[in-house]
Every structure is written in C-alpha cells, then in structure tokens.
Design a protein around this ligand. Structure first.
Ligand code: SF4
Length: 121
C-alpha cells in the first residue's frame, strides 16, 4: 500500500469535455423503419418471429414489452440467416462472422446465455 494520491485524470489530458448535447432519454426506442425491414428477407423475418414467440412460450420467458426492440433483433437474426445460414446473435461484434458460425454455437440464437439464464441482450 502507498499513501500516494493518484490524479483523477492522466497528467496532460486536461479536463473532461463538456457534453454538447443532452443525453437521449433512457426509454427512447428508435422506430423500426421500412428500410430496416428491407435488411432481411421476409421469409426469415417470419421464421424468426415464429421462433421467438415459440421459444418464449416454451421457456417461460417473454418478449420485450417494447415490440420495436424484439423486431430489431428479429430483423438482425433473419439477416444473419440470409447471409450466413444461421441466426447469429446481432447484439455482438465479430471479427469474422463466417468463422464464428463455423467454429462455435455460443452466439447462435438462442445463445447459451439465454438457454442457461433466460437472458437476452
Ligand atoms: S442475446 Fe441470445 S437470445 Fe438474445 S438475440 Fe442474441 S442470441 Fe438470441
């Protein structure tokens, strides 16, 4: 232990910048637009809506009360089926999506977190 007092910010970086805009409301949800809906095939969007509803029923979990949240996920999952052949979770960033689906099932929906903890991002 040391009695040294650490500076709050690294030396030379100056004070934090003042925020230039008000933060978004915590509950604000973007609307799903027609362009968003065009991101994935209707066939796979329908497939993922059916899957999400069925999984929620069977697992005792429930869909997000703000339908836009679920719809964004459904579109992202459907787009990954279109592009990769599997419903890779759209909540994450991947260095290489093809490699991810080829080498792991961890983030294939329903991911292991959902199966174990009933937790969706
Ligand atoms: S966090 Fe899990 S359950 Fe939620 S969309 Fe991603 S893969 Fe599916």
């Amino acid at each position: 232990m040391t009695d040294e007092v650490r500076p709050e910010r690294p030396i030379g970086e100056g004070p934090a910048a003042e925020p230039t805009a008000a933060p978004p409301e915590l509950n604000a949800v973007e609307e799903v637009t027609a362009a968003d809906r065009m991101e994935a095939s209707q066939k796979n969007v329908d497939k993922m809506w059916k899957f999400a509803r069925k999984f929620a029923d069977k697992s005792g979990s429930f869909l997000h009360p703000q339908e836009e949240i679920t719809e964004f996920l459904v579109i992202g999952l459907a787009k990954h089926i279109d592009d990769l052949g599997k419903p890779l979770c759209p909540c994450n960033f991947y260095d290489d999506k093809e490699k991810e689906v080829a080498t792991s099932n961890f983030w294939i929906c329903p991911c292991e977190e959902m199966q174990k903890w009933k937790y969706c991002h």
